[in-house]
Design a protein around this ligand. Structure first.
Ligand code: PMP
Length: 427
């Protein structure tokens, strides 16, 4: 028995599925999750001493790689002054100033502890500010596990939401309307059918929880126009794209601004952090200046702020990382396509910036229905082939591959070689 197997067996006795977040259990790909003991740069080491090139990167935050010395130093330096006070610290002000300076249209920020919390709070703010109840989301977009956002499969584009999880009441789900990503007409129909009742349209500007699906030309601009016409707010969930597509996130990358934006992951540098942000007029609706209540004992935690600030400072000092990551990601994407073609494997590789995803299907993937056509058994075979060759990918088809700024030429060469061997084996 390997050490990971032993830990998993013990974990399954005391943690549901042996894990604290479902995808980590490897259920979609089979086998035993690797228990990680250490990360350095683009590599991670498991409990059996096996080393992997990591393309999960904690699902996004490790954009500068693991254990970046400046970030670790910021954490140590801060930690010795105390871990939490429940009173404001200067670091929170510095973090908000930093974010405001980097993000288009953002005048104020509220820090929270996760992406889930950020979205839940932004949705509440949108409802409070507009006095409307309904929210339009897109099938296949993930916005954390708050009740109103756990609505997905099972409902047609024009019907009212049905809960996607047991424990979510019909009441919590009934105000969530479902549209189709990259399909403006589906949004327009919902806005017209619910005229004056829609508080916000929430979207992942690049859908990165159904694999990776970039917005088609005009999609985000079309959402902006439709929201303005119907008096609804546009919320970008930038928990994945924030500070990753560009220093200013998707708003900068696509040049289309939202009213409220949610962030997570990257602004914590690996510590648990989220944030929601927007114009002063909207953000001052939040308590204590406004009537929309939202609070948090550990929000703006000084150690998390120190880690995140160190990371954002490095990002702003090194704007070249975005070109580096894009070049690395497109190198992998091109080699995957070439290997798939060589071995006669039906594969679509979507890539934008440092995000990419191979789908095992013949048809291009531009929406949830198309993503669902991917042969997930083939993805599992691909995942396991890569894992045994030392490449750590997302253990599910419907996730992104995250390239960091510290994946080396050698990492990339090993990765495409492993993919070539795996796809040859699968052919
Ligand atoms: N929104 C998006 C776009 C996400 O990808 C995620 C998590 N992957 C969340 C929200 C929820 O964030 P968290 O897991 O930090 O609660």
């Amino acid at each position: 028995m390997t050490n990971s197997e032993k830990l998993f067996e013990r974990g399954c006795r005391v943690l549901p599925g042996g894990v604290n977040s479902p995808v980590r259990a490897f259920r979609a790909v089979g086998g035993t999750p690797r228990f990680i003991v250490k990360g350095l740069g683009s590599h991670i080491l498991d409990a059996d001493g096996l080393e992997y090139i990591d393309y999960v990167g904690s699902w996004g935050p490790m954009i500068l790689g693991h254990s970046h010395p400046d970030i670790l130093k910021a954490v140590y330096d801060r930690m010795v002054c105390g871990l939490s006070f429940g009173a404001p610290t200067g670091l929170e002000v510095e973090m908000a100033e930093k974010m405001v300076s980097m993000l288009p249209g953002v005048e104020m920020v509220r820090m929270v502890n996760s992406g889930t919390e950020a979205v839940m709070s932004a949705v509440r703010l949108a409802r409070g500010a507009t006095g409307r109840d309904k929210i339009i989301k897109f099938e296949g977009c993930y916005h954390g596990h708050s009740d109103a956002m756990l609505v997905g499969a099972g409902s047609g584009a024009l019907t009212q939401g049905e809960p996607d999880s047991k424990g979510v009441t019909k009441g919590a789900a009934q105000d969530t309307l479902m549209a189709q990503y990259n399909d403006l007409a589906s949004v327009e129909r919902l806005l017209e059918a619910n005229d004056g009742a829609v508080a916000a349209v929430i979207v992942e500007p690049v859908a990165a929880n159904m694999g990776v699906v970039p917005p088609e030309d005009g999609f985000l601009q079309g959402l902006r126009t439709l929201c303005d016409r119907h008096g609804a707010l546009l919320i970008y969930d930038e928990v994945i794209t924030g500070f990753r597509l560009a220093a200013g996130g998707a708003q900068e990358y696509f040049g289309v601004q939202a009213d409220l934006v949610t962030y997570g992951k990257i602004i914590g540098g690996g510590m648990p952090v989220g944030a929601y942000a927007g114009s002063r007029a909207l953000m001052e609706q939040v308590a204590p200046t406004g009537p929309v209540y939202q609070a948090g004992t550990l929000s703006g935690n000084p150690v998390a702020m120190a880690a995140g600030l160190a990371q954002l400072n490095i990002i702003t000092d090194h704007p070249e990382i975005y070109t580096v990551m894009e070049t690395s990601a497109s190198y992998i994407a091109n080699h995957l396509r070439a290997s798939a073609e060589k071995h006669g494997i039906a594969m679509q590789v979507n890539q934008i910036g440092s995000l990419l995803c191979p789908y095992f299907t013949e048809t291009p993937v531009n929406c949830y229905a198309a993503a669902k056509k991917s042969d997930t058994k083939r993805y599992a075979a691909y995942f396991n082939g890569m894992l045994k060759r030392g490449i750590y990918l997302a253990p599910s088809q419907f996730e992104a591959m995250f390239v960091s700024s510290v994946h080396t030429q050698n990492d990339l060469a090993c990765t495409v070689q492993a993919a070539e061997e795996t796809l040859s084996e699968m052919a």
